[in-house]
Design a protein around this ligand. Structure first.
Ligand code: PEP
Ligand code: MG
Length: 913
């Protein structure tokens, strides 16, 4: 009889109540790219992790945020609660099992406090991963909401004849089950790094590394463990990690995690096999270097250690004795080493989001925690209370909206209109209703519902959706305040507040008095993020992507933000305060001098004039830009006319906005209107675009206009209707990548003109493209030769991102997304040359145009127009006046031959700015 010992299919029960999420959307590449293993992710609504199947617990991390088990069928399952939760050091988690415990489906493994963990972790998304890829043939995840211990979350097809094999005792050093993967992944061995130091081999060919102290501040948790396995699998040798008495396979995440290697723990690497030396060298080097995590400078693992040659103790007792002695000696050497110089605790680094120096006291913006009882006796009464609180919140929002409209504050009014839409969302109310009928209180049910939805949006790692998540939390808090009578007050700020927040959205910024704000520092975002744009338009110094520990700084701490340098300094001494105040005074004097000449043209020392115009989002900005000396508008981001609304603006509504912007300018000044720039990354509720795997490379910008030509045609008609309002109009299309794109956009434009009989208006309107994609720069000559194409406006924010293949809002990569990269500057120079050869012009409307340090180089590259954030206009004009065009050309010539952005910036030292 050869009947399989187990069914060919195993249904894993949902270990959590929550909403299923595709693994590839988890905002952590180690999980999303399935480096740890394949499986599912669940956004939890309840803080209880249950066993998905029968089996034995293999490991519970010391911080209780991750548990692994081996099912009776031999599946190795890792359950990892939240993202980056290892950093919580166990706060909010309580393990209910320990290694070796037998569990049945639905047994409680870990309790965790959703609020504590949710507030401190990057995300609550919980990953359920199968680590031994050879133990199954296919996985089918469930979708939608699942209930812990009841719904099936993942169906696992097992190989025919699967036998019960892995036992928990085997698994920490589980080597065998990776055989296939090892063979498959053996090819890239040559590419693996090889340590400079020779690694000695023992008589039986086992190679052992020097002892290494784990440098990762939070030890070898899931992410570094996955990276380690990825490296180890490049080699055919058997590779093991040893720590004290324990050892585990370097090719098994579970094996590594079961070693419980905390920061500073000593480990040695051994390998046996054909490529043992290379394997040990590569794995040891990778551990020393932090396995992809940032490690504080000078951590012990980077210190010299004593070389040891031995085989693994369990395999050769004779050599093991000498190995132990040598390891002990090495450990002593490591322990005796000087402690690493600590990183300056008073200095927090981020990226520049808005220049200027802000000095004041820290005020953290967190959403006030409103206490709610979990359970309630009478579901009918709770439901009635929730409905009444929602109704009262609706009236409150109506009133706010009405008052702001009366005051002419359309922007803030639109924000509260959007909140009204969120409040009416039937799904939100339905989910809350579901909890109430399970016996939860109205407050608890509502909080669970909106938090889950908001976390889901925020986890998409999309700037606009993250903004919506904050709006959702705002609305949620409003209703909770109504329900409980707690919180709900206006945001009171001290004078000279340095605001620190996970993120700030227009909704937050609409609620405080900008006069009281000395600076912003946000954990999220980058130099081109939404918050950076808001900060620049308010003229407030800001930094983004700042270290997460910023949220731990006590309110009232004296701090300074240097927006240009991208740093936040704490606990300044009196001398430092004096020095900063002196700097502020000098900067204020420079600014006063620049402001006094803001209305004069920007002409270089040798008589070359450069147009300095503004980037705007609405008519109020247009009026404001005139106060700052703008000579027109180089970029109207027309998507702002479309955002925060439940339906698309009509042609007439659009025409009114464009005409109002036009009337705000001086007659004949340029008004460059960019057609709608939305897409998969910036969705509009009424313009459905299916979710895309890679929205920045998908249907965005003008491609939306091609999918929905009527949207583009309506906008063109609205623009042409506003053509006689005073300013000289220019239309440009975003995200043009090919000549065909340009021709198609122009065809829709021409056909709209012809169909609507707006020829006369069109005669005074110029048409151009945004240069945001490198293909346009490379083919600038061909574009310049196109009939009807009058100009380029360079969107350096996107151009830099697409040139370097780095997300401009990525918290880790953003510092490298510098438009002063020579590769970007070279594209601008080449495009300017191509356009000038045809008598056409080129402007720059990306953030670099507002950077006085870059201005001389841009002039030298042949840029005709600088379109800046409004407050930067006087200083950009001053930067133009400080230089000669001839000197700028020489700078540009050098800049494009530089090797790095730092070299480029060194050409124009900040003191010279
Ligand atoms: C740019 O990409 O530089 C640009 C100006 O467009 P946006 O920042 O609106 O994408
Ligand atoms: Mg852009």
């Amino acid at each position: 009889m050869t009947a399989p010992a187990h069914p060919a299919r195993l249904e894993l029960l949902a270990p959590l109540t929550g909403v299923m999420m595709p693994l590839d959307q988890v905002p952590d590449p180690v999980f999303a790219q399935k480096i740890v293993g394949d499986g599912i992710s669940i956004d939890p609504l309840v803080g209880e992790l249950l066993a998905p199947a029968s089996g034995t617990i293999a490991d519970v991390q010391a911080t209780s945020h991750a548990v692994s088990m081996v099912t009776d069928e031999g599946l190795e399952i890792l359950m990892h609660i939240g993202i980056d939760t290892v950093a919580l050091n166990g706060e909010g988690f309580t393990a209910r099992v320990k290694a070796g415990d037998e569990v049945k489906p639905g047994d409680l493994l870990v309790s965790f406090d959703l609020d504590t963990v949710g507030a401190k972790a990057k995300s609550l998304l919980t990953q359920i991963l199968i680590l031994n890829g050879d133990a199954y043939t296919a996985l089918t995840p469930a979708t939608g909401q699942v209930t812990a211990g009841k719904s099936v979350a993942l169906t696992v097809e097992l190989p025919a004849g699967a036998e019960q094999e892995a036992t928990p005792e085997q698994s920490p050093s589980a080597d065998a089950h990776h055989g296939e993967n090892v063979a498959a992944a053996a090819a890239p061995v040559a590419a693996a790094p090889v340590a400079a130091a020779a690694v000695p081999a023992s008589a039986d060919g086992t190679v052992t590394s020097d002892p290494i102290a784990i440098p990762n501040p939070t030890g070898l948790h899931a992410r570094p463990a996955a990276t380690l396995v990825d490296i180890a699998k490049r080699f055919t040798s058997d590779i093991k990690l040893h720590s004290g008495e324990r050892s585990g396979s370097a090719k098994s995440i579970m094996g590594i995690m079961a070693l419980g290697l905390a920061s500073g723990a000593r480990v040695t690497v051994t390998a046996t096999g054909d490529d043992a030396s290379e394997a040990v060298a590569a794995v040891a080097d990778a551990i020393r270097e932090g396995l992809g995590e940032e490690i504080p400078a000078g951590t012990p693992s980077t210190l010299d250690t004593v070389a040891v040659a031995a085989v693994a103790p369990s395999e050769n007792p004779e050599v093991a004795a000498s190995a132990d002695a040598a390891i002990a000696q090495a450990n002593a050497a490591v322990a005796a080493a000087e402690p690493a110089p600590a990183k300056d605790p008073n200095l927090l680094e981020g990226v520049s989001a808005s220049p200027g120096l802000g000095f004041g006291t820290v005020h953290r913006i967190t959403h006030e925690e409103i206490e709610v009882a979990e359970n309630a006796a009478d579901p009918v009464a709770e439901r009635r209370a929730l409905d009444a609180a929602i109704d009262r919140s609706g009236l409150e929002l109506d009133e706010l909206q009405r008052r702001l409209t009366e005051e002419g504050d359309k922007d803030r009014s639109a924000i509260f209109a959007a909140h009204r839409e969120i409040l009416g969302d039937p799904e939100l109310v339905e989910v809350a209703g579901g909890f109430i009928s399970e016996g939860r209180s109205a407050g608890y049910a509502w909080k669970q519902a909106y938090t889950a939805f908001a976390d889901q949006l925020a986890a998409l790692d999309n700037e606009v959706l993250a903004g919506r998540a904050t709006d959702l939390r705002d609305v949620g808090q409003r209703v909770l305040a109504q329900l409980t009578g707690q919180g709900g007050g206006a945001m009171e700020l001290p004078q000279d507040a340095i605001l620190i927040a996970e993120d700030l959205t227009p909704s937050d910024t609409a609620q405080f008095d900008a006069e009281k704000v000395a600076g912003f520092a946000t954990i999220g975002g980058g130099a081109s993020s939404h918050v950076a744009i808001i900060a620049r338009s308010l003229g407030i110094p800001a930094i983004a992507g700042v270290e997460a520990r910023a949220m731990d700084i006590a309110d009232g701490t004296r701090a300074m933000i240097d927006g240009a340098a991208g740093i936040l300094r704490l606990n300044l001494t009196e001398d430092e305060v004096t020095e900063i105040r002196g700097r502020q005074e000098r900067l204020a004097a420079i600014k006063a001098e620049e402001d006094s000449h803001k209305d004069e043209p920007a002409i270089t020392l040798d008589g070359h004039q450069v147009a300095v115009v503004a980037n705007i989002g609405n008519a109020k900005d247009a009026r404001n830009s005139m106060e700052y000396g703008a000579e027109g508008v180089g970029l109207l981001r027309s998507e702002f006319v479309f955002m925060d609304r439940a339906s698309a603006p009509t042609e007439q509504e659009q025409a009114e906005v464009y005409a109002e912007c036009s009337r705000a300018l001086k007659p004949g000044q340029p008004l460059v209107i960019r057609t709608l720039d939305v897409g998969g990354d910036k969705p509009l509720p009424y313009l459905p675009i299916p979710p895309e795997e890679n929205p920045f490379l998908g249907i965005r910008g003008v491609r939306v206009g091609f999918e929905q030509p009527e949207v583009l045609a309506t906008q063109v008609r609205a623009i042409l209707t506003a053509a006689d309002a005073g300013a000289k109009l220019y239309v440009m299309f975003p995200m043009i990548a090919t000549i065909e794109d340009w021709r198609e956009a122009k065809r829709i434009y021409d056909e709209t003109v012809a169909a609507s009989g707006l020829h006369e208006a069109a005669a005074n309107v110029s048409v151009g493209v945004m240069m945001e994609v490198p293909s346009v720069a490379i083919m600038a000559r061909q574009f310049a030769a196109e009939e009807g194409l009058d100009f380029f406006s360079v969107g350096t924010n996107d151009l830099t991102s697409y040139t370097l293949a780095m997300d401009r809002g990525h918290p880790r990569l953003a510092p490298q997304v510098d438009p002063c990269n020579p590769s970007v500057l070279a594209q601008i120079g080449a495009a300017a040359e191509a356009l000038h050869a045809r008598g056409k012009w080129l402007g720059v409307c990306g953030g670099v145009a507002s950077d006085p340090q870059a201005v001389p180089i841009l002039i030298g590259l042949g840029v005709d127009e600088l379109s800046c954030s409004i407050p930067a206009i006087p200083s950009v004009k001053a930067a133009v006046r400080r230089v000669s065009a001839a000197e700028c050309q020489e700078l540009a010539r050098q800049a494009v031959t530089c090797a790095t952005p730092a070299e480029v910036r060194a050409l124009v030292p900040l003191e010279a700015v």
